[in-house]
Design a protein around this ligand. Structure first.
Ligand SMILES: [Zn+2]
Length: 305
């Protein structure tokens, strides 16, 4: 983890707020209520720092309004540190670690982490791949019967994840529902909206991918049953590598997470993978991109945990 804890954005509330304002408002503050750029800062002791007022609709706002940070009582420097910590290690950071490092309760850390994950969800995703590009797709099951005796007694529901990974590009993942005879429902809409059909699609020979594969410019399937793991550039090693990072980071730690939470963890792992060092994105830039993604998103639920 390469977070510079001496950076004042993690220790000084004013510096943290300026950092968030610079990222969220690169062209100056604007009103989150009506969108007007005609705004002024409310100065003086009677106002809390960072408060603005809109000259159009007269409503007051701060940098937190209209984002996943809205109505939070957590100091901004802790929000900034959480964004950086969650973006600085491949496997992410557990709520327990956040709780210790931020000096907030476990419950607060847990909720904070889920709001950061919400910010990591793609806002206007364009499809992966394209002409001449390779997209690998694969599915993996988590849960179900565990090899670990301690967990075997508990009936852990099997969950199926499908991921698309563009070779040399980003990742998109979804939790899908399993229908009869292992058929996966809702797979086609996910695949054709998240991957360009001009791509070369590479999968294993799973029947779920055969029909959808016909819609792509090219579809090649590796036969795992014949121990055929690669044929020239035809393989699914990239997406399998992505699954192994996810499983070590989430399933290895939590064993089971609910469907709603699993989708949020997938968004987190997709985000880090799609903004990884190999693509020229360093830890700081990745955190900055996540903070920008906080825009226009709110998480209003209060989970009992
Ligand atoms: Zn306004």
């Amino acid at each position: 983890m390469s977070v510079d804890f001496t950076n004042p954005i993690f220790t000084d509330e004013d510096k943290a707020r300026e950092h968030l304002e610079a990222l969220r408002w690169p062209d100056g503050a604007f009103c989150p209520h009506c969108g007007s750029t005609s705004v002024h800062r409310l100065e003086g002791k009677s106002h809390r720092p960072g408060l603005y007022q809109c000259n159009g609709c007269a409503q007051a706002f701060t940098v937190m309004v209209g984002s996943v940070m809205e109505r939070s009582h957590i100091p901004l420097r802790k929000w900034v540190l959480a964004f950086y910590l969650m973006n600085s290690s491949k496997k992410g950071i557990s709520a327990h670690q956040l709780h210790r490092m931020l000096g907030v309760t476990y419950k607060t850390a847990w909720f904070l982490a889920h709001r950061v994950r919400e910010a990591m969800k793609p806002s206007n995703p364009s499809p992966l791949g394209g002409e001449g590009k390779i997209v690998e797709a694969d599915e993996t099951a988590v849960g179900g019967k565990s090899k670990n005796r301690a967990f075997r007694k508990k009936a852990i529901k099997k969950q199926i994840i499908v991921s698309l990974v563009e070779r040399g590009g980003g990742a998109r993942s979804i939790l899908v529902a399993e229908g009869k005879r292992g058929r996966v429902r809702d797979l086609r809409p996910f695949m054709v909206t998240n991957a360009s059909r001009k791509s070369r699609l590479m999968t294993d020979q799973d029947k779920n991918f055969v029909r959808i594969g016909e819609e792509f410019a090219d579809h090649e399937a590796v036969d795992h049953h014949r121990a055929e793991y690669a044929r020239g550039d035809v393989h699914t090693n990239t997406v399998e590598g992505f699954f192994s990072i996810f499983k070590r980071g989430v399933i290895g730690v939590y064993h089971h997470v609910s469907d709603a939470h699993l989708n949020r963890y997938l968004a987190e792992f997709d985000f880090r993978y799609s903004n990884r060092a190999k693509l020229g994105v360093n830890d700081g830039e990745r955190a900055a991109r996540a903070i920008k993604g906080a825009q226009g998103k709110r998480l209003t639920y209060r989970p009992a945990h």
